[in-house]
Ligand binder design. Structure first.
Ligand SMILES: Cc1ncc(C[n+]2csc(CCOP(=O)(O)OP(=O)(O)O)c2C)c(N)n1
Ligand SMILES: [Mg+2]
Length: 338
């Protein structure tokens, strides 16, 4: 039963966000959820190989962060990148094809799950080394500054990455040289099987920016509106003042670290307690309560999303595997090195 005053609260929470944008948030989060569920299914059926890390549970963090960027901005992410690439515009079909190892994929079938890449949408990867790409994102910021550009860079990584040396080196240089980078930590509580409190001396991870005089904040990563509000603020600081900001989005991954992780290091009660705050259900309830959408309208949107995911699978299945003769194409080594 709804408590008195709840509607007014939901309206207030959604203030400043128009209906079109809120419905887009709902659509995009649902698309990521259904896409990832399909990836899990296709992995189990051995249509997808290698390692696969899903964004399920982190949809609000992905959508609230990535939608705050302009098309000319640059985006980097860890290997947990399917939802991020889809949200940036790479296309569910091209991302699925990459997971299938097909030439129609974002990296011509050579990268797979952890190495999605889409230059056209300025999504510069997909990196498998924890924390390894954070200095590369800072390098992109330096390049923008050097050219006198107006773009900014966003780097999205996990809680575990904040314990890696490169994170600290990157934050230091970004602040020292006033580089236009939004650093986003998706704190999903674990780095593989290790809880944040067992790996990090400081558990409010955004505070790590204080060591470098970098402003930041922590936000509820299960609430897409809260995420987008915080990231909007960070993006405008970075864009206008040309200096970095660190945001921590507190979320949870519902599945194991990768498809091969049975997640025995946490209790079912813990997982269920986070699912109570599911980002998609949470937004659906607020949309309906505030009269911005009807239950029927949301169900119709869900059918459309399922169709989009089905089309992505068909696109991937119709695609072709790279010809063995092209094995040495698209690599850095020159002709003389082959
Ligand atoms: C430098 C490095 N060390 C270890 C690993 C193995 N490894 C892969 S993912 C991972 C956990 C990272 O956790 P986090 O940064 O919180 O990201 P999440 O997977 O939770 O999104 C580890 C230790 C790696 N890929 N790179
Ligand atoms: Mg983590």
């Amino acid at each position: 039963m709804e408590k008195p005053g709840e509607q007014a609260i939901s309206r207030n929470e959604l203030e400043g966000f128009d209906k079109t944008l809120l419905l887009r948030f709902y659509h995009d989060m649902l698309l990521i959820r259904r896409f990832e569920e399909k990836v899990a299914e296709m992995y189990t059926r051995a249509n997808i190989g290698g390692f696969v890390h899903l964004n399920i549970g982190e949809e609000a963090a992905v959508v609230g962060s990535v939608t705050a960027l302009e098309p000319e901005d640059y985006l980097f992410s860890s290997y947990r990148d399917h939802g991020i690439a889809v949200e940036r515009g790479a296309g569910a079909g091209a991302v699925m094809a990459e997971l299938y190892g097909k030439v129609e994929g974002t990296s011509k079938g050579r990268g797979g799950s952890m190495h999605l890449f889409d230059l056209q949408h300025r999504f510069l990867g997909g990196y498998a080394i924890v924390g390894g790409f954070i200095p590369i994102a800072v390098g992109a910021g330096l390049s923008i500054q050097y050219r006198g550009g107006k773009e900014i860079v966003m780097a999205i990584f996990g809680d575990g990455a904040t314990n890696i040396g490169t994170f600290h080196e990157a934050l230091n240089i970004a602040q020292l040289w006033s580089l236009p980078v939004v650093f986003i930590i998706v704190n999903n509580q674990y780095g593989m099987g290790t809880q944040v409190s067992r790996a990090s001396a400081v558990t409010e991870l955004w505070r790590k920016g204080c060591a470098y005089g970098m402003p930041g904040e922590r936000v509820d990563g299960m609430d897409v509106v809260a995420v987008r509000r915080a990231v909007d603020k960070a993006v405008s600081t970075v864009r206008e003042e040309r200096k970095p900001v660190l945001i921590e989005e507190v979320a949870y991954r519902y599945r194991g670290h990768s498809m091969s992780d049975p997640a025995r290091y946490r209790s079912e009660e813990e997982v269920q307690s986070w699912k109570q705050r599911d980002p998609i259900d949470n937004l659906a309830r607020r949309l309906v309560d505030s009269g911005l959408a009807s239950q029927g309208g949301l169900e119709q949107m869900e059918q459309g999303v399922e169709q989009e995911v089905q089309s992505a699978v068909e696109f991937a299945e119709k695609g072709s595997f790279p010809e063995p003769s092209t094995l040495r194409d698209h690599i850095y080594a020159g002709e003389e090195d082959r």
